[in-house]
Structures are given as structure tokens and as C-alpha cells.
Design a binder for this molecule. Structure first.
Ligand SMILES: *Cc1c(COP(=O)(O)O)cnc(C)c1O
Length: 366
């Protein structure tokens, strides 16, 4: 028997369905990079990687340690580390991870390391800033990058890439097209002087949806794999991947005038049946969902959260629901519920999913 009663179920077939959905939007030669950073958007990165490794060309993680975890689990596919730090370089090389070199500090340090090791044709990626103004070389850096690369056969540039600032927002279409054009111009300059043509890529999930002409050699799909298209018309074609479940630990009958939870935030106006569920804000259930802002599903009926969300528990109103201790409680099992939670918490599904704490047991359904 599973002694963890609060579980996040990951649906392997849904992840594969979503991957296939995005693949059919691509030209046959376009490669796919699956983004599995942040524990696979709050799920389980190693399991996600195993599910899709035969169907994708690349993985991306944010940090070195996330890539090491994949390697230690036996993942052989190339792994791009989007945001490595200078002190990670030895570990990156030891694990044959492929660093994104995004400024001259890390570029120069990596080339020096590669020279001293020495490494031969070590795969690296170069990121260009085209308007997000977060991480990446500027177009004015191109001559110095080319000069740096010229003196080295220790590294091989596998790809040149950039990242869109507002690919999901069609009001920003002009800005986005400008980013794509600026990127293409940088690539042209790099190609002219490099003597070989690395892969190029700029699209994330919403980029694939809204700017299919800019798929270039590869696309980087993150949130789409996990069931969200950042657009209702897309999301309906995707399958739910994350299901958050728990059980009822205790049922109480609350008399009128009595209260439930911290600060006595819920006051019963009539006889109320409450159920206590073992999941709280330490698990990623925001306090913004307390006081009837959020709800759970018990025996196919909705039960609003009453009072304040505690660290390890919530209480819900089950007055009209036929239920007992140990009955299943669904926090969400559909993208619309995650979107509702995100809306109530003034955030986006990305944050709801990645905010689910590691205390919650992950179970992969195949
Ligand atoms: C996170 C990330 C992605 C994935 O974005 P989605 O919107 O989840 O598809 C792609 N590229 C970079 C550089 C990222 O940081």
C-alpha cells in the first residue's frame, strides 16, 4: 500500500499525445527539444525524459544539477543547460552536458577550460538576446564571438538560439516578428564567418503555435508537453498530464457559531460538515485559495475550501456531499482547473505546476 496519500499522478500517455500534437505542427525535418527544467514543470524530470527520449532530439534544463540528474538516470540524449554558471563548467564537461554560453564571462572561461583540458569539438550553444533582455549576447558581440571561436577547435558550436519575449501575446506580434528577424540577421552574420552552420532555434510552445514559419532547425517545447497551449483553442487539443489527489483524513460536524481553522476565518452560519485534507501551502496550495476561493472535488461534487489554508492541511465544506474518511479528493485533474487556480492566485499555470512541492509523491501512470 502506498503510504503517501497526497500524490501527483503524471500521465505518460498524455505527455506523448501532447508531444505528437506539437510534432504534427512541424516540418518533418524540424527537430524537437523537450524542456524538462524545474522537475519537468513540477512533475518528474527523469520520468518525463524516459517517456519521450526516443521521440525527441534534445533535452533542456535550466541548471547544471538538473542535467546531472538526467545523466545519472541513464539519459543519453544531448542535454542543453540553458543557464549554467562558471563554477559548473567542470561538472558540465564531466557529465557531457552542453552549455549555453550567453556572455563573454562564461564564453571566455569555457574556451580557456576547453583549451587546457584539452577538449576536442566540445558541443556548445550560443544564446543571443533579441529583446527579452534577460540572458544572451547582443548583436554587437558577434565580431568578438567570431574572433574567440576562430582560435579554438576545442569547441564546436552546435546551435545558435534566442528566446521570444511575448510569443503567446498576439498584440505583440510586431515586436515578436522583429525579434525573429533580428535573430535571422545575427545568424546570417555568424554563418558567413564561421565556416559551418550550427542549428538555429527560437520558438517555445507558443512560438510553435503562433509563428510556425520561424521553426528553423529545432523548437523548444515546454509547457505544451504538460498540456497547456497558452491558448484555449490549443489547450483543448492537449491532454491533461498532472493530476493532484489526496484523501479525507477527518470529518467534523461544526455547529452554528463555531469556527474552522486558523484565525477562526470560517464561521459556521448553520450546521456544517467539514473534511480535513492532508495538503497545504507547504505543498504548493496557495493561501489565496482559502476562504472559498478554491475548491476540491469529492465523489464528483465540488467542495469549497473553508477558512485559511494551513501549512499541511485544508478544510473543505462537504455538508451536501455523501463522503467518509479515506475517500478520494481531487485537487485538479483537468487543465481548466489548473487555469482556474492560476487565475485565483493571479498567476499562470507554469507557476501552479512548478510550485507543487517535492513533498508530494510523484506517481507515473503508463
Ligand atoms: C523555459 C524555456 C522554454 C520553454 O518554454 P515554454 O513556454 O514552456 O514552451 C524554451 N526556451 C527557453 C530558453 C526557456 O527558458
Amino acid at each position: 500500500m502506498n503510504n503517501h496519500v497526497t500524490v501527483l499522478e503524471i500521465d505518460a500517455n498524455a505527455v506523448l499525445h501532447n508531444l505528437t500534437y506539437f510534432k504534427q505542427k512541424l516540418a518533418p525535418k524540424t527537430k524537437v527539444l523537450a524542456v524538462v527544467k524545474a522537475f519537468g514543470y513540477g512533475s518528474e524530470a527523469v520520468e518525463i525524459a524516459k517517456i519521450v527520449e526516443n521521440t525527441v532530439d534534445y533535452f533542456a534544463v535550466a541548471y547544471c544539477g538538473e542535467g546531472v540528474q538526467l545523466r545519472e538516470a541513464g539519459i543519453k540524449t544531448p542535454i542543453l543547460v540553458l543557464h549554467p554558471q562558471i563554477q559548473n563548467i567542470p561538472e558540465i564537461v564531466k557529465n557531457r552536458l552542453e552549455p549555453n554560453l550567453y556572455n563573454f564571462q562564461i564564453f571566455d572561461t569555457f574556451l580557456k577550460y576547453a583549451d587546457e583540458a584539452p577538449l576536442m569539438n566540445y558541443p556548445i550553444h550560443l544564446k543571443f538576446n533579441t529583446g527579452l533582455n534577460r540572458l544572451g549576447f547582443w548583436h554587437t558581440d558577434v565580431p568578438n564571438i567570431l574572433a574567440g571561436l576562430k582560435t579554438s577547435n576545442n569547441v564546436k558550436v552546435v546551435s545558435l538560439f534566442s528566446h521570444l519575449a511575448a510569443s503567446e501575446d498576439l498584440r505583440e506580434q510586431e515586436f515578436t516578428v522583429n525579434q525573429i528577424n533580428n535573430f535571422a540577421y545575427i545568424v546570417k552574420q555568424m554563418y558567413e564567418h564561421m565556416g559551418y552552420e550550427p542549428m538555429i532555434h527560437i520558438l517555445n510552445t507558443s512560438g510553435v503555435v503562433n509563428y510556425p514559419n520561424a521553426q528553423f532547425d529545432m523548437v523548444r517545447v515546454g509547457i505544451g508537453l504538460y498540456g497547456f497551449g497558452n491558448d484555449e483553442k490549443e489547450t483543448v487539443n492537449l491532454k491533461n498530464t498532472h493530476t493532484l489527489k489526496s484523501i479525507i483524513s477527518q470529518i467534523n460536524i461544526i455547529q452554528p457559531g463555531e469556527t474552522v481553522g486558523y484565525n477562526r476565518a470560517f464561521v459556521a452560519s448553520k450546521v456544517t460538515k467539514s473534511a480535513t485534507i492532508p495538503i497545504g501551502h507547504a505543498d504548493g496550495i496557495s493561501r489565496k485559495l482559502g476562504n472559498k476561493e478554491g475548491f476540491v472535488i469529492i465523489n464528483n461534487q465540488t467542495a469549497p475550501i473553508i477558512g485559511n489554508v494551513c501549512m499541511d492541511m485544508i478544510m473543505v465544506d462537504v455538508t451536501t456531499i455523501d463522503c467518509r474518511v479515506t475517500d478520494e479528493v481531487v485537487l485538479f485533474n483537468h487543465q481548466q482547473q489548473v487555469e482556474y487556480i492560476a487565475h485565483k492566485c493571479e498567476t499562470i499555470p507554469y507557476e501552479v505546476l512548478t510550485g507543487l512541492s517535492q513533498r508530494i509523491k510523484r506517481v507515473v501512470k503508463r
